[in-house]
Write a protein that binds this ligand. Structure first.
Ligand code: AMP
Length: 369
């Protein structure tokens, strides 16, 4: 059963900065020697801690992650700290959202670096009197899936949440178990952490639509907040998986963001029909692919375009024409293929350029008022 916890008021920041609670509910001075975020591996102590917070009328913003933290994750934590007294960050690589042939085994794990980043960010938040990163929840898979070993096969034995057809479109078409795993693990995390607000990145836009639907359809008592996509200066969306790219594939990988920008420009220029918006995006991706194909194997980085989509913002169904009162979502996915031939001294990234990397990105086409 979902633990309903809803404080009536956000306490003053001054009150929050003065007092910081540990799991037993005892008070600590927060000041310069504030405790680092507390790490929880088990459900019961985290629930006790959450109850203490509720009892003291504090609010919790939850930022679920799979670790390998970067600025995109941290920007969500900052946003959560503005709107809540306490931020919970979860770090858990959820096996049920990885297909049997996907990169679960090689997904980057950087626990020490993640904890350092969170501790540093927490000190920054303390200095501005904002909410604090008070808890990190890092459960084991036995804790998250107590009844059975988790099953990533398509038939899937176990207790799952599925959203059809939303979870089967776009990313779900290429990764059939992905959104079943995401919705299931998020429901578990929401039940355990009982947050007032949950924070997700626009980078994974279909995931944000799934989570909003989960909260609505299951009457979950929490608000969903979406944070802007954090990018490299040239526009490449930050992702934990970018460490696999290496310099050559990273430079070509910008093709996705560039293609979407070209489609966005068409919308901004007043185009509303699907073909008129998408043709420049498709043409750009085709051109870049042709350029790469014409190069020597030791120079090129080739890729496959999985999809470039123009979809309804609530259903993610493809649209033939954008209803400008609703806007639309432009999104795409590109698979950077393994390098055929490394060159002498080349920076190849983690996995020596041999791990395929799926890049996703999107742009929201705002309604025209
Ligand atoms: P992940 O660890 O990749 O599962 O991501 C955890 C959360 O961080 C999700 O809500 C993601 O959408 C969000 N996130 C990942 N990359 C970015 C980014 N570049 N900008 C903003 N949020 C992001």
């Amino acid at each position: 059963m979902l633990l309903r916890l809803r404080p009536t008021a956000k306490p003053s920041i001054a009150n929050h900065v003065r007092r910081h609670f540990c799991t037993t509910g005892a008070l600590h001075n927060a000041g310069s020697f504030a405790p680092k975020p507390q790490v929880f591996h088990h459900v019961a102590p985290l629930r006790e801690y959450r109850k203490d917070l509720l009892f003291n009328k504090r609010t919790v913003g939850l930022v679920p992650t799979m670790g390998a933290l970067h600025e995109g994750h941290l920007s969500l934590v900052r946003q959560a700290a503005v709107e809540n007294t306490d931020v919970f960050v979860t770090i858990y690589v959820n096996p049920t959202q990885f297909g049997l042939n996907e990169d679960l085994g090689s997904y980057p794990k950087t626990w020490e670096a993640d904890m350092r980043l969170l501790a540093t960010l927490d000190r920054e938040l303390a200095s501005v009197g904002s909410g604090r990163v008070s808890a990190v929840f890092a459960p084991s898979t036995k804790t998250m899936y107590p009844a059975l070993p988790p099953d990533s096969s398509v038939p899937g034995v176990g207790s799952f949440i599925e959203m059809r057809p939303l979870g089967q479109l776009l990313e779900g078409a290429s990764r059939p178990v992905f959104f079943r795993g995401v919705a299931t693990v998020c429901m578990k995390l929401f039940n355990i952490c009982a947050p007032d607000r949950v924070y997700f990145g626009q980078k994974d836009i279909q995931q944000t639509v799934i989570i909003k639907r989960l909260v609505k359809d299951f009457h979950l008592d929490m608000d969903v907040r979406i944070g802007a996509t954090a990018r490299e200066p040239d526009g490449l969306a930050l992702s934990s998986r970018n460490v696999y790219l290496g310099t050559r594939r990273r430079n070509v990988g910008i093709v996705l963001s560039q293609s979407l920008r070209k489609a966005e420009a068409q919308y901004k220029a007043g185009k509303r029909k699907r073909g008129d918006i998408l043709w420049q995006a498709n043409a750009h991706a085709d051109n870049v692919l042709m350029q790469q194909d014409s190069l020597e194997p030791s120079k090129r980085a080739t890729f496959e375009v999985d999809y470039i989509s123009l979809a309804d913002p609530d259903t993610m169904e493809e649209v033939d024409e954008v209803d400008e009162t609703r806007g639309a979502i432009l999104s795409g996915a590109v698979k950077m293929l393994p390098l055929e031939q490394p060159s002498e001294g080349e920076e190849l990234g983690v996995g020596d350029g041999q791990i395929p990397v799926r890049l996703i990105d999107n742009i929201v086409l705002d309604p025209v008022s």
